[in-house]
Ligand binder design. Structure first.
Ligand SMILES: Nc1ncnc2c1ncn2[C@@H]1O[C@H](COP(=O)(O)OP(=O)(O)OP(=O)(O)O)[C@@H](O)[C@H]1O
Length: 396
C-alpha cells in the first residue's frame, strides 16, 4: 500500500477499485491485523505484516502513514444502507468517524465477519461466488474480543418463574443489535443484568470482555457511565423540563461547565427534533416526544453502548417507523453499539444489523440480520411470520 492509495480528488469509482484491491489484499497473502476502535462504527486500520508503517486510509482526507505502533484507522463514513451504493461507485464519500481507542488486534477476517460494511465490500469485490457464499454465512460464534456484550449461560428465576434459562447472547461491537422476542420472554430482565441491576442465579454477563461478577460496586457504577439507556417509558424526571432532563447525566457524571453542557444538550435535543421544546415539562409531551427526549438523554454522555428498551411501546406504527429511522440516524452519527430490545418485528427489520431471537429465556437464533431473516429454520420462520401454527407453542 502506498500513500496514494486513496485521495480525496479521486473519483468515487477509483476509490472503490483501490479500496477493494486493498481489502482483497488485506485478507489474502499478507495476513495483516485489524485494529478495532472500541467506539467506532466503521473505523478499521490495516497493519500490513512485515511493513514498517501502518497505513491510515481516511476517505475524508489524504491518507497518512503513521509509525508502527501508533494509532491508525481507516474511516469509512458510511451507513450500512449506503454500502451498496458505495461498492457500485455511486456514492461520494465524505467526512470521517474517529472515536474511541484501539480495542483489539486480530485477523482482519474476524472483523470482517461482524462488520456488515466490510463484509459487503469484500463479498462484492471478491468476484468468487463460492467464496461469497462462505463469507455470507454468519459465524456460529463471534470472537470474544469483537463483542460489546455477552451473556454466558445466564439463568434467572423469580420464585418459581424461570425467566432466563441459560441465555447465551452475543452482541457484536459497533452495530445496531436487535434482541427480538415476545412479551414476557425475559428481554428486560437481560438488560437489567447488563446494567448490573440484577444478579444472575447462574452464568455471567461480560461487557467488552469484562465479567460483571468480578467487578466492585464502584466499577459497576463507572461501567454504567459507558452505557446509555433509553427506558421504555422515557423515564423522564417529571419535575424537570426537557432541557434539564437531558442535562442531568452530564451534571451528575462530568465536570463540564454549564456552557459546555448547553452545547451538548442542545445538539442532541435538536438532532432528535426537540430543539424547540426544551422548556416543556414531560407531561406536556406526546409519547413519541418523551421517547425522543429519553433518547437524547441516553446519548449525551457519548456512551459506547446504548440500550433501548422497547422504544416502540405505546407508539402507533407510523411513529414507531419514524422513531426507528431516528435511531438509525443517531447510530450513523454517533457510532458505537446500540442494543434495541423489542417484540416488534417491523421495527426489528428496520433497525437491525444483527439480530438475536429470544424465546422463553433462550436464544432461538442469532446472527447478522439478513442471515436470521432468511433463515429457513421452522421456529424462526414461525416467529417472524407471527404464526400460531408451527413448532413454537405456548409450552415450548
Ligand atoms: N423484579 C421482578 N420480580 C419478579 N418477576 C419479574 C421481575 N422482573 C421481571 N419479572 C418477570 O420476568 C418475566 C420476563 O419479564 P421481562 O420484562 O424481562 O419481559 P420482556 O421480554 O421484556 O417482555 P415485554 O416485552 O413485555 O417487556 C415476566 O414474567 C416478569 O413478570
Amino acid at each position: 500500500m502506498t500513500p496514494e492509495l486513496v485521495s480525496r480528488d479521486l473519483p468515487a469509482t477509483a476509490i472503490v477499485a483501490r479500496l477493494r484491491a486493498a481489502l482483497a489484499d488485506a485478507v489474502s497473502e499478507r495476513s495483516p491485523t485489524v485494529e478495532r476502535l472500541a467506539h467506532a462504527r466503521t473505523s478499521v486500520a490495516f497493519r500490513v505484516a512485515g511493513a514498517p508503517d501502518a497505513v491510515t486510509l481516511d476517505l475524508g482526507r489524504d491518507p497518512v502513514l503513521v509509525e508502527d505502533g501508533d494509532h491508525a484507522e481507516i474511516v469509512l463514513d458510511l451507513r450500512p444502507q449506503d454500502a451498496l451504493a458505495f461498492t457500485d461507485g455511486a456514492l461520494a464519500l465524505a467526512g470521517s468517524i474517529i472515536t474511541g481507542d484501539v480495542g483489539h488486534r486480530g485477523p482482519v477476517r474476524e472483523y470482517m465477519e461482524v462488520d456488515p460494511i466490510l463484509r459487503e465490500l469484500l463479498r462484492r469485490g471478491s468476484g468468487h461466488e463460492g467464496e461469497d457464499a462462505r463469507r455470507s454465512s454468519c459465524p456460529a460464534r463471534i470472537a470474544p474480543e469483537l463483542l460489546a456484550i455477552e451473556s454466558r449461560g445466564l439463568q434467572k428465576s423469580f420464585g418459581r418463574n424461570r425467566v432466563l434459562a441459560g441465555l447465551d447472547v452475543q452482541i457484536p461491537e459497533g452495530m445496531i443489535s436487535v434482541v427480538l422476542g415476545p412479551s414476557g420472554t425475559g428481554k428486560s430482565v437481560l438488560l437489567q443484568h447488563v446494567l448490573g441491576l440484577l444478579r444472575p442465579d447462574a452464568g455471567e454477563v461480560l461487557i467488552r470482555g469484562r465479567a460483571l461478577s468480578g467487578m466492585s460496586r464502584s466499577e459497576i457504577m463507572a461501567l454504567r457511565r459507558e452505557i446509555g439507556v433509553m427506558f421504555q417509558d422515557g423515564a423522564l424526571f417529571s419535575a424537570m423540563n426537557i432541557y434539564d432532563n437531558a442535562a442531568f447525566p452530564l451534571r451528575q457524571h462530568t465536570d463540564l461547565t454549564e456552557p459546555e453542557i448547553e452545547e451538548i444538550v442542545m445538539h442532541h435535543l435538536t438532532s432528535v427534533g426537540l430543539g424547540g421544546a426544551i422548556d416543556r415539562m414531560p407531561n406536556e409531551l406526546s409519547g413519541g416526544m418523551r421517547k425522543r427526549a429519553g433518547l437524547a438523554r441516553a446519548l449525551v454522555l457519548n456512551a459506547g453502548i446504548v440500550l433501548c428498551d422497547e422504544p416502540d411501546s405505546g407508539l402507533d406504527p407510523v411513529r414507531t417507523a419514524l422513531l426507528g429511522e431516528l435511531l438509525v440516524e443517531q447510530h450513523a452519527e454517533h457510532g458505537g453499539t446500540m442494543v434495541v430490545v423489542t417484540h416488534n418485528i417491523m421495527l426489528a427489520r428496520l433497525l437491525a444489523d444483527h439480530m438475536t431471537i429470544v424465546w422463553r429465556g433462550r436464544v432461538l437464533e442469532s446472527g447478522l440480520a439478513q442471515d436470521v431473516l432468511e433463515s429457513d429454520t421452522p421456529f424462526v420462520q414461525q416467529f417472524l411470520a407471527g404464526a400460531s401454527e408451527g413448532p413454537l407453542g405456548m409450552d415450548a
